[in-house]
Write a protein that binds this ligand. Structure first.
Ligand code: ZN
Length: 217
């Protein structure tokens, strides 16, 4: 079974990918991990990507796609959950083209209310020492980490104007992908405004229903 995860950053894709991987005995292919792997190992692809990033340029699709396909090849004929890729329509088309013989079976879209997600993300404080996350709303005016006593701070990434900007950058691609995969009848939409356990229950159920018509996987 080959699954692609879709959703805004912060919607819980990473957590849900991990759960689907464990529950369905799949491999997890995270674009971020693959990227780091290639950079740390200093592979040709990793060095190419590094050069673009060093100059403040976007890494071309071709390089990213090759990193992903590299990961797909390592998995072999086994199933996987792909997290963080594709982000654009052209990446999705390139992925389909490369996987003609063993295509993506199911695309899980974790749909969240943007207003809710904005509140959830911008509410977060992080411990400077141990990285533990805290919610201002829940904890009130606290200053120190309950685990290690470290100082809590708001990450630059979690400031409302930054999060809004991130949404704005991600939404057009996300909407295109949703309609692309929906056109292929592969999309399952899951309500992401629920607890982690509820989201994963919905995701598991939806993806297994998707496989009913395709029992060979
Ligand atoms: Zn701490």
């Amino acid at each position: 079974m080959r699954i692609v995860m879709l959703g805004l950053a912060g919607a819980g894709k990473g957590t849900q990918s991990q759960i689907l991987k464990d529950e369905l005995s799949l491999s997890l292919l995270s674009s971020g991990d693959l990227f780091r792997h290639h950079q740390n190992e200093g592979t040709e692809l990793g060095m190419l990507a590094k050069n673009y990033m060093k100059n403040g340029q976007l890494v071309p699709d071709e390089i990213t796609i090759n990193m992903i396909l590299d990961g797909v090849n390592d998995v072999g004929s086994g199933g996987f959950v792909l997290d963080g890729f594709p982000r654009t329509l052209s990446q999705a088309e390139a992925l389909d083209k490369a996987l003609t013989h063993d295509p993506i079976d199911c695309v899980v879209y974790i749909r969240v209310n943007e207003g809710e997600l904005l509140i959830r993300l911008t509410d977060r404080l992080i411990c400077r020492s141990c990285g533990a996350p805290y919610s201002k709303r829940i904890l009130g005016p606290i200053k120190d980490c309950g685990k290690c006593g470290g100082q809590l701070y708001k990450r630059e990434d979690d400031k409302p104007e930054v999060v809004k900007k991130r949404f704005k950058a991600q939404l057009p691609g996300l909407h295109q992908l949703v309609s692309y995969y929906s056109g292929q009848s592969k999309l399952v939409e899951v309500n992401g405004d629920q607890s982690v356990a509820e989201v994963s229950r919905e995701a598991l159920q939806a993806s297994s229903e998707m496989m009913v018509g395709n029992p060979s996987k």
